[in-house]
Design a protein around this ligand. Structure first.
Ligand code: FPP
Length: 273
């Protein structure tokens, strides 16, 4: 008997989906959306046209991920560096685009049972954008399906700085610094992503081989999938192809591979007598 295919997948998506091991889907996928500017440049269009086209890619990717049962999807929409280093006109455009996306998308997010969250220093964003973000979060907070987290004004180093500050604060309110105990679980509980498991897979579009200050703590054991596709051309189909590639990898977490773990013998070194 053939697996049941989730409704809403198109013919090509269905083809890739059928070959996936449904028991080994990544629980959490993180995506570095890159290449909007290059996409626009190739078409002799302004950079912002690439961002506008990027929204279609966001929509398609989010819907496919939710349909196949991925638990969490995190999109790097806007880094702290973008905010500080790009022309004001482009930043303003991105803010308006985000606001419009949130307004237009809440109905679809609810239809797909998707809960919206954010990571990043939200308090530095314009007030009206923060209000819209809070409204969209609240309007989807009852959903129990996929968690869609948008990284906005996000920097992994700032996240770690905020986590350390938060740990020190918590200790000073709970009996003082002599009660401060720090281990990996403590750090994880003070990160912006405390509501999420670590990503199993990180996807980067447009061929760049960098993490660009994204989820540096959380990606410690993630598989990295880089595709040359520019973000505005990325669709649910590309996500499924990334998952297929992920399933070919062997995750070792610093341990041995399956064969080595099953035997006591040294795996590759033959000792000659
Ligand atoms: C990177 O491309 C992309 C961004 C900085 C912005 C991402 C925004 C979107 C995909 C659209 C809006 C998102 C949401 C969630 C509504 P780049 O401009 O750095 O491209 P380049 O490297 O080719 O110049």
């Amino acid at each position: 008997m053939q697996d049941k295919v989730p409704t809403g997948l198109d013919r090509k998506e269905t083809e890739v989906y059928r070959h996936l091991d449904k028991s080994r889907l990544p629980r959490h996928i993180a995506i570095i959306m890159d290449g909007n500017g290059r996409w626009a440049k190739r078409r002799h269009m302004p950079r912002v046209a690439g961002h506008r086209a990027g929204v279609t890619a966001v929509r398609s990717t989010v819907e496919t991920a939710a349909r196949i049962g991925v638990g969490a999807l995190t999109l790097y929409a806007f880094s702290e560096e973008n905010w500080k280093k790009r022309p004001k006109s482009e930043v303003d455009f991105l803010m308006r685009l985000l606001s419009r996306y949130l307004k237009a998308e809440v109905t679809t997010l609810n239809k797909n049972n998707i809960r919206l969250e954010y990571i990043g220093r939200q308090f530095e964003l314009p007030d009206d954008v923060q209000e819209r973000m809070e409204w969209a979060r609240e309007s989807t907070s009852h959903n129990s399906g996929m968690t869609l987290t948008l990284a906005l004004n996000y920097s992994a180093r700032s996240e770690l700085v905020d986590a350390f500050r938060s740990m020190v604060n918590a200790a000073s309110q709970n009996g003082g610094m002599e009660h401060l105990r720090i281990d990996e679980d403590t750090v994880a509980r003070h990160l912006y992503t405390r509501h999420l498991p670590d990503p199993d897979l990180v996807v980067r579009t447009s061929g760049e081989m960098r993490l660009s200050n994204f989820l540096l703590w959380q990606l410690a054991y993630a598989e990295i999938y880089v595709t040359p596709t520019l973000w505005p051309d990325f669709r649910g189909l590309h996500l499924l192809e990334g998952i297929a590639e992920y399933q070919k990898r062997e995750r070792r977490y610093g341990g041995l591979n399956h064969w080595e773990a099953k035997t006591d013998a040294p795996a590759r070194i033959k000792i000659e007598k």
